[in-house]
Design a protein around this ligand. Structure first.
Ligand code: G3P
Ligand code: MG
Length: 242
């Protein structure tokens, strides 16, 4: 079972920041997940929410701010004062960090277009990711099917996964052969536990933060999990069932 650091090691570092990704690399995770959004001046930054309110000392929508304005914000103190000099990273800065740290796992890039459309974000991200060969593997995911279609048109060779909540898998997911996996809410896994092993698509639920739930996921034979506590999950993966 693959262990993905959800927004980096976000249980122990400020989410979606360089310290969170560096910690995930140190732990030796199978994968790192991050979320991308677009600034007013069309720069791809790494942040989960559409506003800077929760994870910085600023206020307002990302789409209304330039990268220079966002770079002035403190993206660490909300989590712990030790990270008061931490900034919001661009996708390029995260990729550079992974290269510098010799990361060899998977980078899962979630295109956050389910609340804000961010026209052109797929082209921007794809232009960066296809600009050179990387020592790690990368793929894309989104809650937004249109975004997945757009990124597939740009990079048909790159893996794409559909993110969903607890409801049934939309029939369209099975019709679209380009979709290779789903990221359901963990509650969906518990509700469908009997069918997981024989399911046609890879299944990587979010967000699995309790030790007992990591073990249950191993028992259910899901392909992977997203967790805010990847060190804990990697320990269980190594020790559970010998
Ligand atoms: O892909 C799994 C997970 O990242 C989806 O939820 O809201 O944490 O981006 P969220
Ligand atoms: Mg995400």
């Amino acid at each position: 079972m693959q262990i993905f650091a959800h927004r980096g090691s976000s249980g122990t570092r400020p989410e979606n920041t360089l310290p969170a990704f560096a910690e995930a690399v140190r732990i030796g995770v199978d994968g790192i997940e991050l979320d991308v959004q677009l600034t007013k001046d069309q720069q791809v930054i790494v942040m989960h929410d559409e506003t800077v309110d929760r994870t910085t000392d600023g206020k307002g929508a990302i789409i209304d701010k330039t990268l220079a304005e966002i770079k002035k914000l403190n993206a660490g103190s909300w989590f712990d004062e030790r990270y008061s000099s931490t900034k919001v990273p661009t996708l390029k800065e995260v990729v550079d960090l992974l290269v510098a740290r010799n990361y060899r796992g998977i980078l899962g890039i979630e295109l956050k277009t389910d609340k804000e459309a961010y026209p052109g974000i797929e082209e921007k991200v794809s232009a960066l990711m296809t600009s050179q060969q990387w020592p790690f593997t990368y793929w894309y995911s989104s809650f937004n099917m249109d975004t997945l279609e757009r990124i597939y048109a740009l990079e048909p060779q790159t893996r794409i996964d559909f993110i969903m909540d607890k409801a049934d898998v939309p029939p369209l997911v099975f019709e679209k052969t380009e979709i290779q996996g789903i990221h359901p809410n963990i509650e969906w896994v518990w509700a469908n536990a009997e069918e997981i092993a024989a399911f046609d698509l890879a299944i990587r639920p979010w967000t699995v933060n309790k030790k007992e739930d990591v073990k249950r996921c191993i028992d259910c034979q899901v392909t992977g999990i997203f967790t805010d506590f990847p060190e804990m999950a990697m320990d269980i993966k190594r020790s559970y069932r010998g």
